[in-house]
Design a binder for this molecule. Structure first.
Ligand code: ADP
Length: 505
């Protein structure tokens, strides 16, 4: 806690939610309600197919505009804000010059595949097991370390400058913190560090072996701090008064916290373009045998909690495809009425393996399939099958989480755009055989960052007080009998088999 700040007459906590396509700022009141929100998109850069980059200065400017915008909208002065919390697109990598504060290259975004060759090279050195053991991750272009290597190779002289300590690396949280504090702080926090592929999640320090393999100089790395506590103070130049920055977490971890999944066994699933499912596993870092990732959820007061994470590549995107790809619906919301107009899919299964399949199949060659079509199949059956596929894929990940953690899933907490679909939420409860809970505020990612920050300055006193924040969830109880549930799921697995190993070179 930072003494002095909590006693001021502050009424709000500001969350900065720096996402992949836009930067948002949200002001939360003491009761966890949203007082105001502002959002600004920023440009995406696609230098080559499969490459995605952001301009770090455009990120910073859009984020600052949102922070100023939200204060103006709410007519709130900066000295009424107790603290700032940051949540961010994870893994995206920035390298900047410490003296000038100028980035030396565009940020390489998590989605970007431009470091696939560096990953191949690491795999060919047989490092996969070492990487999993130390970082909980798999070798993939998704994570930050190979992006750092790429930038140090792409910019002439960068390797030497990094070795001399003239360059700084940061994920987006670290970059925003650096800018907000006027260049005084170069730090990050554990949940973000755990996505870099060079952070040992057990020892909780940068991993010398992996740094050596990638020739990444320690001198460019940020200090790693707890998720809640003191990160520094935002310059009064930016918002009109100094505001402590007191909470940071990567977006999925912030959502886990915002959903109140603070006990082992509690899990949340975010239904967006894809799905991100995280289960809190407490102080135990479970190593996955089914292709999930082990990650740090957060660290508070020096106590680290871990999570298992599984993702589904195509979830809400399957509904976008129904709309834009084959024109079966006019907008995403129409999918609900369409699905409800039939009593079941008539035996139709849609496997949206548009970009292959993730856990537990890990099949890059799988492609989408619609099976079980008969003369009686209608548009509505196919729409319903697409929605159901989101729930089946989530069950696939839940099965992995259950197996890896040995923990039962008593309830699944949900958020994200497609969680608005009540047919989907009910079917999810039915196919899991476990209740699904949807909070009244779907802004759980920003709420999580705000809570971490509010705890950090004593705006909220402890976790018990936080339980009340976001109370009043809507609950979907499973209604399907176990026999029918397992029969449907078994047919889903058969449908998945039909989609597998399809693409041939
Ligand atoms: P992201 O953050 O990944 O962009 P969002 O959380 O904004 O995603 O959710 C958008 C996704 O949710 C889209 O893929 C859209 O097709 C899907 N979606 C939105 N509303 C509905 C709905 N009522 N039913 C089903 N899917 C929906």
């Amino acid at each position: 806690m930072i003494p002095g700040w909590a006693s001021k007459m502050t009424r709000f906590v500001m969350a900065l939610d720096q996402g992949t396509t836009s930067s948002r700022a949200i002001l939360f009141g003491r009761d966890g309600s949203v007082a105001a929100e502002d959002q600004h998109e920023f440009p995406q850069h696609f230098p080559r197919p499969g490459w995605v980059e952001h301009d770090p200065l455009e990120i910073w400017e859009s984020q600052l505009r949102a922070a100023r915008g939200v204060l103006a909208k709410a007519r709130v002065a900066a000295d009424e804000v107790a603290a700032i919390g940051i949540t961010n697109q994870r893994e995206t990598t920035v390298v900047w010059d410490r003296a000038s504060g100028e980035p030396i290259h565009r940020a390489i975004v998590w989605q970007s595949r431009q470091t696939a060759a560096i990953c191949d090279e690491l795999r060919s050195r047989g490092l996969e097991d070492e990487v999993r053991k130390r970082t909980g991750l798999v070798i993939d272009a998704y994570f930050s370390a190979t992006k750092i290597r790429f930038i140090l190779d792409a910019v002439e002289g960068a390797q030497q400058r990094a070795e001399r300590g003239e360059l700084a690396f940061g994920t987006i949280d670290s970059w925003l913190l650096y800018k907000l504090t006027g260049g005084r702080v170069h730090a990050t926090e554990v949940s973000n560090a755990s996505r870099t592929l060079i952070y040992n999640i057990h020892e909780r320090e940068w991993d010398d072996r992996l740094l050596g393999e990638l020739r990444i100089p320690r001198a460019m790395l940020p200090e790693v701090r707890d998720s809640s506590g003191s990160f520094g103070v935002a310059d009064s130049d930016w918002l009109g008064a100094e505001i402590p920055i007191a909470g940071i977490a990567g977006d999925q971890q912030a959502a886990l916290f915002g959903q109140g999944c603070t006990q082992p066994g509690l899990a949340k699933n975010t239904y967006g373009t894809g799905c991100f499912l995280l289960m809190n596993t407490g102080e135990d870092a479970h190593v996955s045998r089914s292709g999930l990732i082990t990650t740090i959820a957060w660290s508070i007061g020096g106590r680290v909690e871990y999570a298992l994470e599984g993702s589904v590549f195509v979830a809400g995107a399957a509904i976008q495809w129904l709309r834009d790809g084959i024109g079966l619906i006019e907008n995403a919301r129409d999918s609900e009425a369409s699905a409800r107009s039939v009593s079941d899919t008539g035996g139709v299964y849609l496997v949206p393996a548009f970009v292959g399949l993730g856990a537990p199949y890990w099949d890059e060659r799988a492609r989408g399939a619609i099976v079980g079509i008969t003369r009686g199949t209608t548009r509505d059956h196919i729409v319903r099958a697409a929605l159901e596929s989101i729930a089946y894929q989530t069950r696939d990940v839940v099965e992995c989480v259950r197996a890896d953690s040995g923990l039962e899933l008593d309830v699944l907490r949900v958020d994200g755009g497609a969680a608005q679909n009540e047919f989907l939420m009910q079917f999810q409860a039915d196919i899991l055989g476990a209740p699904v809970e949807r909070p009244p505020v779907l802004e759980v990612t920003a709420l999580g960052a705000a809570l971490l920050a509010g705890l950090g300055v004593g705006f909220w006193s402890d976790r018990a007080e936080l339980e009340a924040v976001g109370a009043g969830a809507q609950r979907f109880e499973p209604t399907l009998d176990a026999g029918r549930r397992e029969a449907l799921y078994a047919s889903w697995k058969r449908a998945v088999e039909r989609s597998r190993n399809w693409e041939q070179d």
